[in-house]
Design a protein around this ligand. Structure first.
Ligand SMILES: *[C@@H]1O[C@H](CO)[C@@H](O)[C@H](O)[C@H]1NC(C)=O
Length: 288
């Protein structure tokens, strides 16, 4: 055996220690900010040794740091003590074997789920020395285009509601007018977590007659700075149906008043003609 081998290995360890220190500081290999994974797609959790080539007998182990437990994600090498990945990660985690020699022990995680979000450690060991770096994974998803529903007019207001699902993390819901400005009306919005770990959001607004009838519902994912928007332009003819009801209501009111005047004029006997004339006029006005 070559007597220089232990020295070479030591040099490598030193280089790796320096590398991982730098990686933790964010200037080499490992990202300074969390890695962003899109739900349903694949993401590379980066981890790179500071030196290359890497010795043949090394091992690498990726672990998810859950709230209370450490979950094995994937591993390579390390004779004998092979650790099976947890069921959550089985078949989804893969190394770039061809890149090992170049010091790249990054992990490809496929079909990202919302539960994958969190801290991962990349632990590399050789010659009984091991080093570890932490990689933070954030996940995100853009949901479906929102569906906007016009509710039947309540009193004189037009109720509009909006809903969209498939978001992560919790999205924001905004109501905009025709010029893209936030609407002045009071709105409600509520996001709920679905069993799949994604969020649905539902909101509503009451549009007063006379305000802008160009109504947009925008659902926004701040993490991705991405949004989906649906727009409705309520035609004026939708609102006359409100004023029609109003007209019927007023007509009934006038008829009641007229009946009261008829009754009172019959009781009094006088000035009846004048009142009857007024009454006829009123009824004509109503039916016009
Ligand atoms: C490792 O290799 C993969 C596949 O070529 C590449 O996508 C990734 O960016 C590399 N990572 C690092 C840290 O070099």
């Amino acid at each position: 055996m070559d007597s220089r081998l232990p020295w070479l290995a030591l040099l490598q360890v030193l280089a790796f220690q320096r590398g991982s220190h730098l990686a933790a500081g964010g200037s080499l290999g490992a990202p300074r900010t969390p890695v962003l994974g899109i739900i349903g797609a694949g993401v590379v959790l980066p981890c790179r040794l500071g030196s290359a080539p890497v010795p043949e007998d090394f091992s690498v182990r990726w672990t998810f740091h859950g709230r209370s437990q450490r979950i094995p994600v994937g591993g390579y090498g390390g004779k004998g003590r092979r650790e099976e990945p947890d069921e959550r990660y089985r078949g989804r985690a893969e190394f770039f074997h061809a890149e090992f020699r170049a010091g790249n022990v990054s992990l490809l995680l496929r079909d990202v789920r919302s539960s994958d979000q969190g801290s991962y450690s990349c632990q590399v060991s050789f010659q009984n020395v091991s080093q570890e770096v932490l990689v933070e994974l954030e996940v995100a998803a853009v949901g479906e285009p929102p569906s906007v529903i016009l509710r039947s007019p309540e009193k004189r207001d037009l109720g509009v509601s909006c809903r969209s699902s498939g978001w992560f993390p919790r999205p924001e819901l905004l109501w905009l007018d025709g010029s893209g400005k936030i609407r002045p009306e009071a709105t409600t919005a509520k996001a709920t977590a679905t069993p799949g770990g994604l969020f649905s959001v539902e909101g509503s607004v009451r549009i007063r007659p006379g305000s802008d009838l160009d109504i947009s519902c925008r659902v926004l994912n701040r993490r991705l700075n991405a949004s989906r928007e649906s727009r409705v332009r309520v035609h004026d003819s939708f609102l006359p149906s409100i004023s029609q009801w109003l007209r019927i209501f007023l007509a009934v009111l006038f008829l009641n008043l007229a009946l009261i005047s008829v009754v009172s004029c019959q009781l009094q006997g006088e000035r009846c003609l004048g009142l009857r004339l007024q009454l006829r006029l009123r009824i004509q006005l109503c039916s016009a």
